[in-house]
Design a protein around this ligand. Structure first.
Ligand code: KIV
Length: 272
């Protein structure tokens, strides 16, 4: 099932650029495992992001910093096995690309070879320019990520809206243009004022996919566990919850426990 204007057998980096030029908004959600990725892919979501938010959502860490390259490869390979149509983009984790371009390339190659992912995502602009060039030079598609970049949380100090001041907004626009010039196929823009995000999307030819960046961009991304309400302690303004699975699952587990303890489960029909 897909609501796409044009049917894509497999969404590619070129399809996303085509969607931008056709005025078709891009849908992107996260997945970290086979079962969730199957549901996301079969719902016709254009891009599955194997985000380093797995560090929070899957492993319970406070930040995205602890997740390792091996762990990202494990999550990504499970997602790739499930995906028939969606483009699978995999985050390069903190520490795997910032120190030097050769290491960045080695990390990106490991993701592509060992997980089968279709592209990688990195956080930052000018500071990681050489790493991005190296990775692109090896033929690996790169998605950028600007605005609130959670791998730099200890530099920012908070998860509040970025680029509200003119100097930071100007740097963000310059970084977005640089990422386009380098050859990135798309940019995620996280938690920036809607007017600025719209300006960025209108200034470049590659798609800008927003999270907390308003409706003037070329697509939207959410963390799946947040939008289906499996997580329930996180209430940012930008999050639309489509389900309340924390409560639904919790009620199911309570009912199951009652049924086991009362010997109602299994019934005659549920045994051999
Ligand atoms: O890791 C992630 O899930 C992300 C999205 C929030 C864009 O980078």
């Amino acid at each position: 099932m897909s609501l796409a204007k044009k049917q894509y057998k497999r969404v590619t980096t070129n399809s996303l650029i085509e969607m931008k030029h056709n005025g078709e908004k891009i849908s992107m959600l996260t997945a970290y495992d086979y079962t969730m990725a199957k549901i996301v892919d079969s719902a016709g979501i254009d891009v599955i992001l194997v985000g380093d938010s797995a560090s929070n959502v899957m492993a319970g860490h406070e930040t995205t910093l602890p997740i390792t390259l091996d762990q990202m490869i494990y999550h990504a390979s499970s997602v790739v096995r499930a995906s028939l149509r969606s483009l699978v983009v995999v985050d390069l984790p903190f520490g795997s690309y910032q120190s030097d371009p050769k290491e960045a390339l080695r990390s990106a190659i490991r993701i592509m070879k060992e997980s089968g992912g279709h592209a990688i995502k990195v956080e930052g602009g000018k500071e990681i320019k050489e790493s991005i060039k190296r990775i692109l030079g090896a033929g690996i598609p790169v998605m950028g990520h600007l605005g609130l970049t959670p791998q730099s949380i200890y530099k920012f100090g908070t998860y509040s809206v970025r680029a509200k001041e003119e100097a930071e907004a100007e740097k963000l626009i310059e970084d977005a243009m640089l990422l386009e010039r380098l050859g990135c196929f798309s940019i995620v823009l996280e938690k920036v004022p809607a007017a600025l995000a719209k300006q960025v999307a209108e200034s470049i030819n590659i798609p800008v996919i927003g999270i907390g960046a308003g409706n003037g961009v070329d697509g939207q991304v959410l963390v799946t566990h947040d939008m289906v309400g499996m997580t329930h302690e996180f209430h940012p303004r930008f999050l639309r919850r489509y389900l309340n699975l924390f409560d639904d699952m919790s009620n199911a587990f309570k009912q199951y426990s009652k049924d086991v303890k009362s010997k109602d489960f299994p019934s005659d029909k549920e045994q051999y």
